[in-house]
Design a protein around this ligand. Sequence first.
Ligand code: ADP
Ligand code: MG
Length: 700
Amino acid sequence: MRPSLLDPLFAPVTTLPGVGPKTAKALDKLMGDETRGARVVDLLFHLPVGGVDRRPSPTIVDAPIGGIATFSARVTEHRPPPPGKGKAPYRILVEDETGDVTLVFFHADVRHLLQTLPIGAYRIVSGKLELWEGMRQMVHPDRLLDPAQAAALPAIEPVYGLTEGVGPRVMARIAAAAAEACPALAEWQDPAFLARSGFAPFLESVQALHHPADLKAVEGETIARRRVAYDELLASQVALALVRRQQKKSAGRATAGDGRLRHAIASALPFTLTDGQRQALADIHADMEKPERMLRLLQGDVGSGKTVVALMAMAAAAEAGRQSVLMAPTEILARQHAERLAPLAQKAGLKLALLTGREKGPGRARVLEGLANGEIDIAVGTHALFQEGVGFRDLALAIVDEQHRFGVHQRLLLGSKGEAVDILVMTATPIPRTLSLTWFGDMDISILAEKPAGRQPIVTKAISSERHDEVVGAVGRAVDKGAQVYWVCPLVQESDTLDVAAAQERYDTLREVFGDKVGLLHGQMPGRDKDAAMAAFVAGETRILVSTTVIEVGVDVPNASVMVIEHAERFGLAQLHQLRGRIGRGSAASTCLLLYKGPLGPVAEARLTIMRETEDGFRIAEEDLRLRGEGEVLGTKQSGSPDWRIARPEIDGDLLAAARDDARLLIERDPQLESERGKAVRSLLYLFERDVAIRLLRAG
Ligand code: ADP
Ligand code: MG
């Protein structure tokens, strides 16, 4: 149950003084969702987007011209419009000992003006001060106050995002009312952290956000914003820590091998493992040997060698007599994994099988049987592996490859299958550290920071598509020297059909030049044709593979050393990096040609520049984040994504890291959040509506 102390915050906005049904309706549009209207808490976290400086100038001559000016003056004269000129404005002169200002009112309510600005009265005047024909004037002052009310004029007036039907003054008033309605809450922050950070209590901080002390306070960083941002980050990290604990709790079997199969595989490899691979495997094996469920993210740039890490982990499970699955995002990739891993698995005496939606009939039945009776050690496939009707004798480990599009939510689903399997997610798209903490805060992380030795840098060039013929010539020379070439055609308006047509057309024109050295691969080909096209390229029978972005993820043909990307300006940075990662995987020098059609917009230009400058996936990810923003970096805005109100995880990286550590420690020490601080943290979870966490706590 939500602590009743929070009730005023979760009440409808109509509970605030001066919010009637009409205003409430307008606010619902701005802050409500399908299930509920605007609540006080929504206003509380509706922070100012700017501020107006209303600090008074000592005299009229000191008041800034052209900006908002505030000063006190005496009313000296009323100048009604001349008779017959009804549309001319009503003017009122005010002055102090240094100068005068004409206040100008159009369509004036004269009676009201006579009442509020009687001659001889002193007033505080605030509004935009201008020069008009050499005279100071102010059209429709924003504020006219009796000096006795001076305190009612804030030095800095917050400016809020508005919605139709709620003007700036109303919004400011009701936001202040929401801040007023906020109760004082027990402290949920770690006392030592609080003392170090100099943060004020929550109530004081959130109120300060609505009553900024100076302009810097609304425009930039303030300690009050950081405090509330930290609160939000802590809520989300506590939620992730609870999810993580829940997933671990549902496991409970240690999987420990004796190293014999791993040893056999290692000695069959044509290379030795990198330090990074060794370390990642040490992390993974340590996790698997614990009687808790593993939840680990293996983060490694394209070409860093994640596949062999997966194989070794699966071998460890097999040593313990248990099964594993490796799930790939596409058919092609699943097939390729199976083909590449099968010989190594065989050398170690492991039985590996492929299962995708395309395995049908007796073949499929045999695989299902082998999985059920435990004959098959390793299953490689697509999401078909997790469909109903697929049962395992003893599944120990599930590895999900190249799934950066997997959110927290999907992982919850994977875990809720009820199987106490260890989970390893391998992501190829490097995710900036700050984001990996928000998105994968429930997981442990291993990073393959370096690529295997002996790789040569990829030379990347941006070339105008007007030079198409030169590019074809260069491709021809590369092919003559024995290279293999990917030729990537872009998405055309996100349409599969047009997409395919473009690839087909390029295939036809290249075929005129290079004959049957050219192959074609696209998403609408029947599965068997796709396999055949890929196999012909892998075998070197075709030397140029024209494709749509189906090769984006994971495919590994080390001999391919040239890539041409058409309309590179249409691709996002992460996608370009993924594509380019298909080359530079062997020992030969590689070249990537980014063909663009000008003129380029600034963002497209920036992307191509970054691609030319660096191959560092982490840097590219950071730049991508800068150019695009958080949601897009991880693919579509996904369910389970934290919805930030105050915090900006990409900026508040230091706070995020601290919140993560704090959350983990807290949950470790007080798993049910029953201590005094734990109870306060519960109300924090309610305050920021981390529903997953609340459900888990209720479930106990
Ligand atoms: P990714 O991390 O992108 O999935 P892969 O696992 O496909 O990368 O590996 C890329 C290439 O590097 C493969 O051809 C693989 O055989 C090779 N490779 C992996 N580990 C090593 C290593 N330690 N030394 C040399 N080559 C390696
Ligand atoms: Mg891979």
